[in-house]
Structures are given as structure tokens and as C-alpha cells.
Design a protein around this ligand. Structure first.
Ligand SMILES: [Fe+2]
Ligand SMILES: [Fe+2]
Length: 290
């Protein structure tokens, strides 16, 4: 059995991320592109999608302030000093890349949704806030894992295309920062569940809410983005083995939230969301979704 996750370990992890991974400077990027058209054909829309999602970090921070009115010091340290400064640079660098490829600038969604505000109002009850915290960590783990998988595949693809500058000065530094984010959310969710701080009814409500509100990364609960995400998943080749992808993305919450369902590798709603996105994409195509 691995060492138990403690608040102290999480704090040390965050401090280490801050020290070892300063935000990537725009000037550190080599903007040389061998064949912009080939890159745009293969990954243009994927990069559009990722640039938008990375730039939406500023909305995610606002949501967090709404959802967690009594945010803990280590959570604050993570999102304010480590996560937001890193993600915003990912967004700016990818947004510039998409424009270097002759594509339009990203249009991030920066308004906090009405649903989120309602949840935020309820989160003033501390028992509800603890549920919101768990959902926030699980969402983080799932979305960061999707980022890791996407950047790994894009790195391989860019290298194959001979786009060494993009692979080595954009994708490599970005993908180096994502696993640390994933680890933060994984450790935080694990610590919260294993500490026993949540009552059975809170875990039950967390399961119900998660099942009803699960979203793939960047879809913002909207069909146009679900459609685009179906296109991203397809362009990256994950559609050929959706179970495998669902396992990668849903394993943590299967273990923490659904431990009583023995042998569950991923929650069914993860696979359902993937299928739905891909169906929308096959029906409508990318352009229709834009
Ligand atoms: Fe990122
Ligand atoms: Fe990240």
C-alpha cells in the first residue's frame, strides 16, 4: 500500500511545482513552422480547442471563488500561485500558435454560468461546500488527465510531421506541467475521501451530482463544444478505443466515489459523455459546431 496522502504532502507537492515549474515565457518559444498547412490540417482544430480551454482558466478561478467561499490555504496557493499562472501561459502560447497557422484567435468563455452561481450560493453551507470541493478535485483530475493524454499524442504527431520547434518548444514544456496539476487533484480528492470528513449522505449527493453534471474537458455543458470535443477525440485517435480512454480519465473517481461497485474501471457516465460527443461530431461535423 502506498503512503497515505496527507495535507502536508499536498502542500509540499504544490510548493515543489511552484519552484520547479515557472510559467513558460512567450519568448522561449521557437515560432518556426515547417509546413503550416500540414500542421493546420492535422491539428488546427485541436489546437483551437486547447487554446480556448487553457485561456478559460481565468473563468475557472472565478468559479472556484464562487464554489469555495472558504477556500483552504493550500488550495489557494495552488490555483493562485501555480495553476493559473501556468495555464494562462499555455493558453497564450497556443493561441499565438493557432494564429501563426493562419487560424482565428481563441474566444474563451469567461462568464460564470448561472448553474455555478446557484451551486455557489448553496456552498455557503459548509456541508455543501465539502461536496463542492470533492467535485472540484474530481473535475480537475479528469480534465488534467485529458490534457496529459492530448499533449502526449500531439507531441508524437508533431515530431512525426517534422515540426521539431513546435514539439520541443511548445508541446514539451506544456506537457511537462500537466501531470503535476493532475497529481494535485488526485491527491486532494484522495485525502478528502480517506480522511472520513464526508458523511455517507455527502458522498451519495456527490455521486448523484457527478453523474448528472459530468462534462468532458472544455465542453462547458454546451452541445457546440461537445461536438468539437468529439472532433478532438477523433483527431487524436482516442475514438478507436474509447474504453481505454474512459479508464484513463475515470479511474480516480471510480476508485474514490464508486469503490463500493467492485471492479468498476470507470464510471459509466464517462463513456456515455465520450460516445455522445463523438456522435454529435459524426452528425454535425466540426464546422457546424463552430
Ligand atoms: Fe494546461
Ligand atoms: Fe493543467
Amino acid at each position: 500500500m502506498a503512503e497515505p496522502v496527507t495535507s502536508q504532502r499536498i502542500l509540499e507537492h504544490v510548493q515543489r511545482l511552484g519552484e520547479e515549474h515557472p510559467p513558460i515565457e512567450l519568448d522561449s518559444v521557437d515560432r518556426g513552422i515547417r509546413d503550416p498547412r500540414a500542421v493546420a490540417d492535422r491539428y488546427g482544430r485541436v489546437i483551437d480547442y486547447l487554446a480556448r480551454v487553457e485561456l478559460e482558466v481565468d473563468r475557472n478561478v472565478l468559479e472556484l471563488l464562487v464554489l469555495l467561499p472558504d477556500v483552504s490555504e493550500v488550495d489557494r496557493l495552488f490555483y493562485a500561485d501555480v495553476w493559473q499562472p501556468q495555464e494562462i501561459q499555455h493558453g497564450l502560447i497556443l493561441d499565438r500558435l493557432q494564429q501563426d497557422l493562419g487560424r482565428a484567435a481563441a474566444e474563451p468563455v469567461l462568464d460564470v454560468s448561472y448553474k455555478m452561481r446557484i451551486m455557489g450560493a448553496l456552498a455557503h453551507f459548509s456541508a455543501i461546500q465539502d461536496i463542492a470541493r470533492l467535485l472540484y478535485y474530481l473535475t480537475g483530475a479528469s480534465t488534467e488527465r485529458q490534457a496529459v493524454l492530448a499533449y502526449n499524442t500531439i507531441h508524437g504527431g508533431m515530431t512525426e510531421l517534422g515540426e521539431t520547434a513546435i514539439a520541443e518548444t511548445i508541446i514539451t514544456p506544456i506537457r511537462r506541467q500537466e501531470p503535476g496539476h493532475f497529481a494535485f487533484y488526485r491527491m486532494s480528492a484522495t485525502e478528502l475521501v480517506h480522511s472520513g470528513a464526508l458523511r455517507p449522505w455527502q458522498l451519495y449527493l456527490a455521486r448523484v451530482l457527478r453523474e448528472k453534471t459530468y462534462n468532458l474537458v472544455g465542453t462547458n455543458g454546451q452541445d457546440r463544444y461537445r461536438t468539437q470535443m468529439g472532433g478532438v477525440v477523433t483527431a487524436l485517435g482516442f475514438d478507436t478505443d474509447l474504453d481505454k480512454y474512459a479508464r484513463e480519465v475515470g479511474r480516480i473517481e471510480a476508485q474514490l466515489l464508486w469503490a463500493h461497485e467492485r471492479g468498476m474501471e470507470f464510471p459509466p457516465y464517462v463513456l456515455r459523455a465520450l460516445r455522445e460527443s463523438i456522435d454529435l461530431y459524426r452528425e454535425r461535423g466540426f464546422d457546424d459546431a463552430a
